[in-house]
Design a protein around this ligand. Structure first.
Ligand code: SAH
Ligand code: SF4
Ligand code: F3S
Length: 496
């Protein structure tokens, strides 16, 4: 399948929407396609193959892809040999219906079939403008366990195919530990688009983390929709829990300075897993454990499987073991039947739990889910918007107060790159910034505003040379806003 000559390399444009799983999937498929003679391009107009790795979680996420596909209609008329593909969750959810609306799409591939993508793209490319459509979807309702097992083996091969090289110069990487989801929260498409939950063998996970660390990666984030539900039983009946996996990675990969994981399901947090976080110095004390709502009535309709009281207990347990743990959440506002009183309970939860930050979403009814069939989308959009803004305001107050407590502390920061914040915006923190301004002006040695994150996932902006990108450094916090900490680089870089 590989092309023989460099000149024949086909140009591939890949745009990714959605969550970290999709980012990782894009990395894997790009690696595969590169290995088979494709070359990635940032210029969509010069591409021979255009792929969108899509998300279906809210309608808004799908709308972005619809508009991309609409834009491409005239391109396809001019160049019928152009290959346009939709991959990921929206391909799986929409299925071949998508062709009715967008007949110029040539290829559909769901997230559970991505091991077949290279072949599909190649078939589309070689058959040119006369091609038949290339489709690979799992069709979640018709799967049988034998086919599922085979599909899983192939997906595992895709994960294992990851090309890792020290030349890639990357500081952060994702490693999947589970695929799919079994929770069936009533509003959510993920169990339908990604299929049932499957846990990867611990040996493969550890090996992948090790290879990444040896190639220079400084922070690995373990991924799963309900990552802390990880549980693997091997052929001999030996079991590996999530807590054990954390201990094992920590022990096996001592050269990795930072290990984190997302997204945690609150109900599944064992004391052992929290103990592992407490005991292992290189595991970040950060949890993204979405609560979704503060009202028991709504949590029940959402099928989340816990009450607000149980969520509070979980937060108390985590903070009881690690007083400095940083916790983030997601919330949905305007779920069917949500009253002002229900909403107040969500506001109360944000105040009491003191989340580092919360991602707040307006309820979006999704075709194929239980909620859309069972409940009318009866909260007016104006109310959804108002609740979204009010919740955001409360969260911002909490975030700012948490951030202000960081002032004068020295924290370890992984430098991600240049900050997009211009000095003038940062000047809002007052005198401190004037000091930076002077320093930045004085410096002709390429010093600029750099941005990075603490172990607790707080964003820190500080003046530093660009060359520190990808390094772990010590930064003293000198100012704080709700989304950002402002700091001063300390002389000594961490040399883990
Ligand atoms: N597996 C993760 C979340 C995956 S989806 C978990 O369970 O925590 C990311 C977030 O999108 C969810 O936490 C939820 O807050 C939001 N979300 C999912 N479906 C939604 C819908 N139909 N409308 C609005 N928000 C939704
Ligand atoms: Fe969706 Fe719930 Fe699974 Fe998260 S746990 S992916 S919200 S079904
Ligand atoms: Fe979206 Fe699929 Fe992730 S629906 S949030 S890309 S699992």
């Amino acid at each position: 399948m590989a092309q023989n000559s460099r000149d024949m390399k086909r140009k591939l444009y890949l745009e990714t929407f959605g969550c970290q799983m999709n980012v990782l999937d894009s990395e894997l498929v790009l690696g595969q396609l590169r290995a088979h003679g494709y070359e990635s391009t940032e210029d969509r107009d010069r591409a021979d193959v255009i792929l969108f790795n899509t998300c279906s979680v809210r309608e808004h996420a799908e709308q972005k892809v619809w508009s991309r596909l609409g834009e491409l209609r005239p391109h396809k008329q001019q160049r019928p040999e152009l290959v346009i593909g939709v991959i990921g969750c929206m391909a799986e959810r929409d299925g071949t219906d998508l062709f009715r609306r967008y007949p110029h799409v040539d290829l559909l591939c769901g997230p559970g079939e991505l091991d077949k993508l290279t072949q599909l793209v190649h078939n589309a490319v070689i058959t040119g403008a006369d091609r038949t459509r290339q489709v690979a979807l799992m069709g979640s309702n018709t799967r049988r366990s034998a086919t599922l097992a085979a599909a899983e083996d192939n997906l595992e091969l895709l994960d294992l195919s990851r090309s890792i090289s020290s030349e890639d110069d990357i500081a952060q990487a994702y490693v999947r530990i589970t695929r799919g989801c079994n929770k069936f929260c009533s509003y959510c498409v993920v169990p339908y688009t990604r299929g049932p939950e499957v846990h990867r063998p611990p040996g493969n996970i550890i090996e992948e983390v090790k290879r990444l660390a040896q190639a220079g990666v400084r922070e690995v984030t373990l991924l799963g929709q309900t990552v802390n539900h990880y549980h693997y039983r091997d052929g001999d009946g030996r079991q590996t829990t999530f807590a054990q996996l954390l201990y094992d990675i920590h022990e096996a990969v001592t050269e990795l300075p930072r290990l984190r994981f997302v997204t945690s399901f609150p109900r599944d947090f064992t004391n052992e897993a929290l103990q592992a976080m407490r005991d292992c110095s290189r595991i970040c004390r950060y949890l993204h454990a979405p609560a979704q709502h503060g009202s028991d009535r709504i949590l029940k309709a959402m099928n989340r499987g816990y009450t607000a009281g149980q969520y509070y207990d979980f937060v108390d347990r985590a903070r009881g073991m690690m007083s400095d743990i940083s916790i983030a959440s997601d919330f949905i506002v305007g779920f069917p039947g949500e009253t002002e009183e229900d909403f107040e309970l969500t506001m109360e939860m944000v105040r009491r739990c003191r989340f580092k930050n919360s991602f707040i979403f307006k309820y979006s009814p999704r075709p194929g889910t239980v909620a859309i069939d069972r409940f009318a989308d009866d909260v007016a959009d104006a109310d959804k918007r108002s609740r979204n803004n009010r919740l955001l305001a409360v969260q911002q107050e909490v975030s700012e107060s948490i951030n202000r407590q960081m002032i004068d502390r020295t924290v370890q920061v992984l430098v991600e790159g240049e900050s997009k914040l211009v000095s003038r915006q940062a000047a809002a923190v007052g005198k401190v910034e004037l000091g930076w301004q002077r320093r930045a002006d004085e410096s002709s040695a390429g010093e600029t505003q750099m941005v990075g994150r603490t172990a607790g996932d707080q964003i820190v902006v500080f003046p530093a040379p660009r060359s520190l990108k990808g390094q772990l450094v010590e930064v003293r916090i000198v100012g704080a806003k709700n989304l950002t900490l402002f700091g001063k680089l300390q002389e000594v870089a961490v040399s883990v």
